[in-house]
Design a protein around this ligand. Structure first.
Ligand code: NAD
Length: 479
């Protein structure tokens, strides 16, 4: 199949006719081609977006809201088709795409369709000066949204929906590794009545298409989710042009387990936070720290549970772990396992590729648990982004806090304890944008979402992202 760009409400081949192969991770075969769009395609998308902006930015919030909610409903109606497409492209179990990815993409549109109806600006009465100030929140113009492959439609729409809700026109690029659901979204936008040119979806590699978007002098903001290295590169290009930047980057998140936690709940959730989506979620708790008094019990129980996880073809209902996204990513993850062994890491389970019967060329890996002796080892310091977690014991709160913070990233953290004072102390001192206590990845879309340190810049979610996609303008009236 051939994926096409969605520009000005129509589907187009890339002007220079350059294409990339799309692989199906479950069997390692090429299933189609996606455009590797050039600067010319990006410019065409820009012209369409720029022409649509005057009208879209003046469209009433009720009308924008209605269209976004319609897109959400259409995604729900097309749940099965989108879930199968996401699974085919990414290797994740269809069940996961059907219960998490696509429903969340639908909620992104309905959430921001509703949020825009409640988005208010401030006013300040300057008492004693007979003046009043009020703040206009105006759309930025044409903005760029660039997303990764791990939660393809989920993260793509997490950016697009608030950008559109606030009256911007968008040039969006999904990951070239997982372009299929973004391609299918274009058609739904037309059915929902989104005017032509308001959303333009341009496909291609980061180096070619992504680079053309970030270098475009008239694209006012870049909302990016992806790797920390790419984020740093984007910041370097965008800063001299004073583009607004939102960067959601990598993580190396601690999962801190105290002896006084609700053990069974913790164990069930830790399986999820370690291996959900093949461990390819920026929020996964890849460094597990366990209080020494329960360390051996936890180690036995956890490894026992991990060994029972079923790795299999993503379309099979009982597969809990599907395929990794690509051959090169599988090799990268295996390389990290090897480095860890060389540094003295003890593999408690997993560590090897899995040959799934009938799909031997698929990119499957056993869920892997490695016991490490120090938080300073490579696998505890670098993001692996696969079904691999490490574990080690700790003795005191101070010690675990030091280890939790002793990493360049600061995205999220999970703490398992029933001690309220300890919860307050640790939540206060952990360097992370998101702290979960006795839970993991419980999301409320109104909350600020993002990381500190090398995990990024700015926050998405709720009114935070509506502020990002608007320019505040103060008006002062003396009366
Ligand atoms: P990546 O940085 O390689 O690519 C992300 C996107 O950026 C892709 O669309 C890619 O084509 C594009 N890109 C690459 N080079 C570019 C360039 N020079 N100019 C413009 N665009 C460019 O990341 P990935 O491998 O797709 O995703 C995995 C990473 O994403 C992990 O590090 C993970 O932690 C991170 N991530 C972070 C969050 C978060 O919310 N913080 C969420 C999901 C994933």
């Amino acid at each position: 199949m051939k994926i096409q760009n969605f520009i000005n409400g129509q589907f187009h081949d890339p002007i220079l006719n350059n294409w990339l192969d799309n692989y199906c991770p479950a069997n390692g075969e090429v299933y189609g081609q996606t455009p590797n769009s050039s600067r010319i395609d990006v410019e065409n998308a820009y012209i369409a977006a720029q022409s649509a902006f005057p009208s879209w930015s003046q469209t009433s919030f009720e009308e924008r809201s209605k269209i976004l909610i319609k897109i959400s409903e259409l995604l729900e109606t097309n749940l099965q088709r989108f879930a199968e497409a996401e699974s085919k492209d990414n290797g994740k179990p269809v069940n996961l795409a059907k219960t998490i990815d696509i429903p969340r993409a639908a909620s992104n549109f309905s959430f921001f369709g509703n949020a825009i109806t409640q988005f208010a600006s401030e006013s300040h009465e300057s008492v004693g000066h007979q003046a009043i100030n009020y703040t206009l929140r105006q759309p930025l113009g044409v903005v760029g949204c660039i997303s990764p492959w791990n939660l393809p439609l989920y993260l793509f729409t997490w950016k697009i929906a608030p950008a559109l809700a606030t009256g911007n026109c968008v040039i969006a690029k999904p990951s070239e590794i997982t372009p299929l659901t973004a391609y299918l979204l274009g058609e739904l936008c037309n059915v929902a009545g989104l005017p032509s040119g308001v959303l333009n979806i341009v496909h291609g590699s980061g180096a070619t298409t992504g680079q053309a978007i970030i270098e475009h002098p008239n694209i006012k903001a870049i909302s990016f989710t992806g790797g920390t290295k790419t984020g740093a590169h984007i910041a370097k290009i965008a800063a001299p042009m004073f583009k607004k930047l939102s960067l959601e980057l990598g993580g190396k998140n601690p999962n801190i387990i105290f002896a006084d936690c609700d053990y069974h709940d913790m164990l069930d959730t830790t399986i999820q936070s370690s291996f959900n989506n093949q461990g390819q979620i920026c929020l996964c708790g890849s460094r597990i720290f366990v209080q020494s008094s329960i360390y051996y019990k936890f180690k036995n129980d956890f490894v026992h549970r991990v060994k029972q996880l079923r790795v299999g073809h993503p379309s099979k209902k009982d597969s809990q772990i599907g395929a990794l996204v690509s051959k090169s990513h599988l090799e990268k993850v295996l390389q990290y396992i090897k480095i860890s062994q060389q540094e003295g890491g003890n593999i408690l389970c997993g560590g090897s590729k899995v040959a799934v019967k009938g799909f031997e060329n698929g990119y499957y890996l056993e869920p892997t648990v490695i016991e490490v002796a120090t938080n300073a080892c490579t696998i505890n310091q670098e993001e692996v982004f696969g079904p691999v977690v490490t574990m080690m014991p700790f003795n005191s709160e101070d010690e675990v806090l030091r280890m939790a913070n002793n990493v360049k990233y600061g995205l999220s953290a999970t703490i398992w304890t029933n001690d309220l004072k300890r919860t307050m102390r640790l939540s206060d001192q952990i360097q992370a944008g998101i702290v979960w206590v006795n839970t993991w990845m419980m999301r409320d879309l109104r909350t600020p979402f993002g990381g500190s340190k090398a995990s990024g810049l700015g926050r998405e979610g709720g009114f935070e992202v509506l502020r990002f996609f608007t320019e505040p303008k103060n008006v002062c009236i003396k009366y």
